[in-house]
Design a protein around this ligand. Structure first.
Ligand code: PEP
Length: 256
């Protein structure tokens, strides 16, 4: 299981330090060795280095929230994978629906960014998901299928434990809205994604990780994580309070 906290555009240096310290202390008190999941924090870019320093010696890993598809050069305001590695990142979120909506990132661009993350030695966490309009007109699986299909040619054939395909299913209508996808809706999409990946990658698909994201809270985390084909969660709002985030980690079933 993999639990990822996406802090989005929240937190100055001091608050980022406090939040990271609270999570590390909470996990330490629960004994890092028996943690049932890997934990990754994705602070805003300005807090990456300081959070990296706070995570030093803990089991918690660091991730970026986005990266450039380019390696370096004249791309004002962009951050490339090597720069993320340089401040301690092992992971990076790619194609979050807020970037797809705010920055016009389409499936092809998201796929190129994922390829850049693989190239630069990062573990990409690629977000997919349908809008409310797409769900209401019955197009959910078609949309998810197209988003996954765009990724397939860019996934390296030689995957490792540190670099595999991680996909986060995040229905756009459930992000930051407090509105939850029903368990049956999550089960349907995750099962569909696993089958799509099996068709594309055969036996390797079993080692790819499928996260769920969208208003995950301590109260609903256990039932979501207990679903077949759910290998973890991408947590937004609830990752901004250490107690809530820790309670979500506590909800990971022991079997993992
Ligand atoms: C997210 O931003 O990826 C997310 C899932 O947000 P929230 O948990 O707040 O819905």
């Amino acid at each position: 299981m993999l639990i990822v906290g996406n802090w989005k555009m929240n937190g100055l240096i001091e608050t980022a330090q406090e939040l990271a310290d609270g999570i590390v202390a909470g996990l330490g008190a629960r004994s890092g060795r028996s943690l049932p999941c890997e934990v990754v924090l994705c602070p805003p870019a300005t807090a990456l280095l300081t959070v990296h320093q706070r995570l030093d010696g803990s089991v918690v890993k660091l991730g970026g929230q986005d990266l450039s598809e380019h390696e370096s050069g004249a791309h004002t305001g962009e951050i490339c994978g090597i720069m993320l590695r340089n401040v301690g990142c092992r992971h990076v979120i790619v194609g979050h629906s807020e970037r797809r909506a705010d920055c016009g990132e389409d499936d092809a661009k998201v796929a190129r960014k994922m390829a850049a993350a693989f190239r630069d030695g990062l573990q990409p966490i690629v977000c997919v998901g349908e809008t409310l309009n797409e769900r209401e007109r019955g197009a959910t699986l078609e949309v998810i299928g197209a988003q996954l299909a765009a990724l397939v040619p860019y996934v390296p054939r030689e995957l490792t434990r540190r670099q595999t395909l991680v996909v986060a299913y995040e229905p756009v209508w459930a992000i930051g809205t407090g509105r939850n996808a029903e368990l049956e809706q999550i089960r349907e999409v995750h099962g569909f994604m696993r089958r799509q990946l099996e068709e594309a990658f055969g036996a390797d698909a079993a080692r790819m990780r499928l996260l769920y994201g969208g208003s995950v809270k301590p109260a609903n985390a256990g039932s979501i994580f207990g679903l077949e084909d759910v290998d973890g969660g991408l947590i937004g709002g609830a990752s901004l309070k250490s107690a809530e985030f820790l309670a979500i980690i506590d909800a990971v079933p022991e079997k993992f």
